[in-house]
Design a protein around this ligand. Structure first.
Ligand code: MRU
Length: 342
């Protein structure tokens, strides 16, 4: 990545405003918890791990100027802030996972003063960010071994450095293979309606010198039928205990196409994206987004006024379509999830 996706500098939270990419690379300082909520909601910062990291810092941003000294009152205020941040987006479990980690800091230190607990919360947010960087490198290393020395990978949405603290999950696999000398080419689904594939994945890969070809989502089956794709690698927002995987809308369709064409379909994700409390993907909450993102995307009306719209932001790919999961703990199959990640 040419710049940090999320930066914690001199007690300031700075993100890249991803809604402006690829036209402009603009950093945005998030001064209040409302700024953080809005940045997550509007996808200025997006991608499951990046949302988690940002929310953790969101807590710190909200609490750093607080004037409360009583721990009980402070803890109640923490809960309010955490619930507020948790209401920004429902699908990526990393958001709730990161907020839970922050809450544990309070639970584990009941007698610490407010000033000291804020210091601890700040360290925890920094740790969440730094761990994500390490975890993505590990995912990259494990995933790279699965790719043939010369191959073309299809990916959907953006699961790259922009979606994490650095390097990415699905794109981490591609970066790692490329860095190890493999000849890697990528097809990027554009990813309607918000175009994370064309705006973000294409931008990231071009920056890193990896050959990338952009296609519309509805071209994937044709490209596969032409023998142009060897492997599909995508990220995830939430993976249930049975391996069903929520990821950006259109992932399920890509998985079905891959199955038909006998192409391996890998999900690359940190263990923090696995939600073992959910038996299957049926229970994963799926975010629905505003109709205008489809009818009036990027300011251009492309559907008649008043048209009825359905806009789920994610779909669930059944485990049976997924060849394996590339995690920081290794490459695992659906039936190993509970044993390896519990
Ligand atoms: O709506 P978005 O852009 O946040 O959706 C992102 C995705 O679906 C990613 O594939 C997923 O979060 C994995 S990011 C490593």
């Amino acid at each position: 990545m040419p710049v940090d996706t999320i930066l914690w500098e001199n007690d300031n939270l700075i993100i890249i405003d991803q809604t402006l990419l690829p036209e402009k690379l603009v950093k945005k300082k998030l001064d209040t918890v409302e700024d953080v909520w809005e940045a997550i909601k509007k996808l200025r910062v997006r991608g499951a791990p990046a949302i988690g990291v940002t929310a953790a810092f969101g807590i710190v941003v909200a609490l750093k100027s607080i004037e409360i000294t009583d721990r009980k009152i402070f803890d109640a205020e923490f809960k309010k802030i955490s619930d507020y941040l948790a209401s920004s987006r429902p699908t990526a479990v990393n958001l709730f996972w990161a907020l839970d980690r922050m809450a544990k800091v309070l639970e584990n230190n009941p007698d610490l003063s407010v000033a000291k607990i804020i210091v601890k919360l700040t360290s925890e947010a920094v740790a969440i960010m730094n761990e994500d960087k390490t975890v993505c490198r590990q995912i990259g290393k494990f995933g790279s071994r699965l790719l043939p020395s010369k191959c073309t990978v299809l990916t959907h949405c953006n699961a790259g450095g922009l979606a994490t603290a650095d390097y990415g999950t699905a794109l981490g696999v591609i970066y790692s293979a490329y860095e190890s000398g493999k000849e890697i080419k990528v097809y990027a689904d554009e990813t309607r309606p918000l175009l994370q594939g064309s705006r973000l994945t294409a931008w990231e890969l071009m920056h890193s010198g990896i050959e990338v070809t952009l296609i519309c989502d509805n071209m994937a089956a044709k490209v596969m039928s032409e023998g142009k794709i060897d492997v599909v690698v995508v990220g995830a927002d939430r993976i249930a205990a049975n391996g069903d995987t929520a990821n950006k809308i259109g992932t399920y369709m890509a998985a079905l196409c891959a199955k038909y064409h006998n192409i391996p379909f890998y999900v690359a994700a940190p263990s923090s994206t696995f939600d073992l409390s959910l038996e299957s993907g049926k229970k994963i909450p799926i975010e629905e987004r505003a109709a205008e993102e489809i009818t009036c995307g990027f300011g251009k009306r492309t559907a008649p006024e008043g048209i009825k719209v359905y806009s789920p932001a994610f779909d669930v790919t059944p485990a049976e379509l997924i060849t394996a999961y590339i995690t920081e703990k290794g490459v695992i199959k659906a039936d190993q999830i509970i044993d390896k990640l519990k």
